[in-house]
Design a binder for this molecule. Structure first.
Ligand SMILES: C[S@@+](CC[C@H](N)C(=O)[O-])C[C@H]1O[C@@H](n2cnc3c(N)ncnc32)[C@H](O)[C@@H]1O
Length: 569
């Protein structure tokens, strides 16, 4: 758990930056960051409050929950605009190393403040005396394995180990959370409160206490000794040492009498946050950029089926071995190039396969400078370099297969349910993602439950309209698993186009990926849309379109000037 937070400060994001906001001093930020620790070892991160002032003199305050590390970074990145907020950086760094003593003191002081804040919010909870009894009882039971419940600690909610001396400040007595780190920007240079000492409780023996802590080890993480000790160096040392133990089975050794431990029943993450966290984790594992679920989407908007949804940034899922074996062709069937950078399309065997030429007889290649060049006609597959090629992952003919490098936000559209957008501007030709999901035979689509139909993409990019197209036909269903492209809505005047691209298999098996590409320069925040039925657009343009409503057609709500009125499903 704590390893997740271990991160060395990078040279350009130093502690002094943190004090002023960003390094230009433009966004001075104050805030308190805390961690809640749940008994099962899961933890949630929370911003308790904060404010920042802008150059123009306006101030904003917030009080909000941050539910996990990526959410924390996301939000602060967003607040900060293009630059990661130094405060977020500080919170990431805080348990790794302490550059100097002043930081220790500052940190201790702020922790104390937050504890006090917590205490005020929880005055109605049991007093410290109640806790002492609880702890004593727990100690007795853990020291006596034959007692009515050998694992008494596991059913007890132990919240505090009473210190032996009266602290000069009060620790929160009934808080079920534990604050781990606080990081405002303008700390006082010193604090008497932070250096106070506490008496140890005469009622609990050291051994008993350690024993109790050992039993609690599965449900607690390291405790902030600095509060009771006031000795910040030791706090640093202990914390670092404890951090390095994270993930081992002996966190109990790090808990000492006088530590402040809060344990509480598991409270699940809220739905939106949980979903975002899971999706982000999957995206990160695939090397892709962040995926956000907009705050406008509230927990109540999230249907049950999305909780079972598996976020899969790249590749298909095969529910049946036969399809998987078709896709996984033998290595000998791949055409692999021998170049190293594939810069010269004409000399790269993969690209030289292109048989498309311009009117002067020059071959046309799909990409130029990492962007889709819109030179090849629709219906022609792009063959990218594959795993058997000698070139590096950075070669110019590996574009759609590269992990997504633009952050995507799923948001609530006005008329079409959820949609997708990118919060940074995109150039024309930027390849944004591939459609993923469960691959199935086209004939099996009819057997899918009706709610799946809106999420089925036919791999018919190379089929010729109005002709019999021989060979197997496949579709992709992204209802149960897929990536952000499943939220892409239809527009009769879309911002993206799709094309077929092959890299994990060979074109002959008719299982290409469908790549989504910016059809024009797209301003930041504009909804990303495709035309679900480009052939209808062509027919309209040719004047052969019969815009009749089929029984399954949907009323189109794209609000484009040249809206065709209906979407075929
Ligand atoms: C692939 S999903 C897109 C994501 C969907 N909006 C959601 O909330 O999950 C396709 C479905 O979105 C809705 N949709 C997409 N584009 C639309 C449009 N232009 N007009 C009306 N509904 C649309 C339809 O319900 C369609 O079946």
């Amino acid at each position: 758990m704590m390893d997740m937070w271990k991160r060395s400060p990078s040279p350009e994001e130093s502690w002094s930056d943190a004090e002023g906001g960003n390094e230009n001093g433009e966004w001075p930020i104050k805030g308190v960051v805390g961690e809640e620790v749940d008994p099962d070892g899961t933890s949630r991160y929370e911003v308790r409050w904060g404010n920042w002032s802008r150059k123009d003199g306006t101030n904003t305050t917030w009080q909000t929950d941050i539910t996990d590390r990526s959410d924390l970074i996301n939000r602060w990145t967003k607040l900060q605009g293009h630059k990661r907020n130094a405060l977020a950086q500080e919170s990431l760094d805080m348990e790794v190393s302490w550059p100097d003593d002043a930081v220790h003191k500052r940190f201790t002081y702020l922790r104390v403040q937050a504890y006090e804040e917590k205490k005020h919010k929880r005055l109605d909870k049991p007093s410290a005396a109640d806790w002492d009894k609880e702890i004593e009882g727990a100690c007795r039971r853990t020291d006596e394995p034959d007692a009515e419940d050998g694992n008494a600690a596991s059913r007890l909610r132990v919240r505090r180990a009473t210190p032996r001396s009266t602290p000069s400040f009060d620790v929160p007595r009934s808080s079920s959370k534990r604050i781990r780190g606080l990081t405002p920007s303008n700390p006082p240079s010193s604090s008497k409160r932070g250096t106070s000492t506490r008496k140890r409780s005469p009622s609990i023996g050291d051994d008993a206490f350690r024993s109790l802590m050992f039993n609690l080890s599965t449900s607690t993480v390291e405790s902030p000794r600095a509060i009771s000790k006031g000795a910040t160096e030791e706090f640093n040392t202990n914390w670092s040492a404890k951090s390095s133990q994270a993930g081992t089975s002996k966190p109990a050794l790090s808990a000492m009498k006088g530590d402040v431990i809060f344990v509480r029943p598991v409270k699940p993450l809220r739905r939106r946050a949980l979903l975002q966290s899971n999706w982000n984790r999957a995206a990160q594992e695939a090397g892709a950029a962040d995926i956000r679920i907009s705050n406008e989407i509230v927990d109540g908007d999230i249907g049950q089926h999305l909780h079972k949804f598996t976020y899969m940034e790249r590749s298909y899922r095969f529910d049946n071995d036969e399809l998987q074996s078709i896709f996984d062709v033998d290595p000998g069937n791949f055409l692999a190039c021998g170049c190293t950078t594939c810069q010269r399309a004409s000399q790269c065997d993969c690209q030289a396969e292109s048989e498309i030429t311009n009117e002067r007889g020059h071959k046309l290649y799909a990409y130029s400078g990492g962007l889709f060049a819109f030179r090849i006609p629709q219906g022609v597959e792009v063959i990218e370099c594959n795993k058997y090629c000698r070139c590096s992952p950075m070669c110019g003919n590996r574009v759609a297969q590269k992990p997504r490098d633009i952050p995507i936000e799923i948001f609530k559209t006005k008329q079409c349910g959820w949609g997708a957008r990118c919060l940074v501007a995109l150039p024309k030709g930027k390849v944004l993602g591939i459609y993923t999901g469960t691959l199935l035979r086209r004939e099996d689509v009819d057997n899918l439950p009706p709610e799946h139909i809106g999420y089925v993409f036919d791999l018919d990019g190379t089929e010729v309209r109005g002709q019999h197209n021989a060979g197997d036909k496949f579709s992709v269903d992204s209802y149960d698993c897929g990536n952000w492209t499943r939220f892409v809505n239809h527009s009769c005047s879309p911002s993206m186009k799709v094309y077929s691209v092959v890299f994990d298999t060979i074109r002959e098996v008719h299982m290409p990926y469908v790549a989504f590409v910016a059809a024009r320069d797209i301003p930041a925040g504009e909804e990303l849309t495709i035309d679900y039925e480009p052939s209808a657009a062509e027919e309209m343009a040719e004047g052969t379109g019969k815009q009749k409503m089929s029984p399954t057609a949907l009323l189109c709500r794209c609000s484009a000037k040249l809206c065709r009125g209906w979407i075929k499903q």
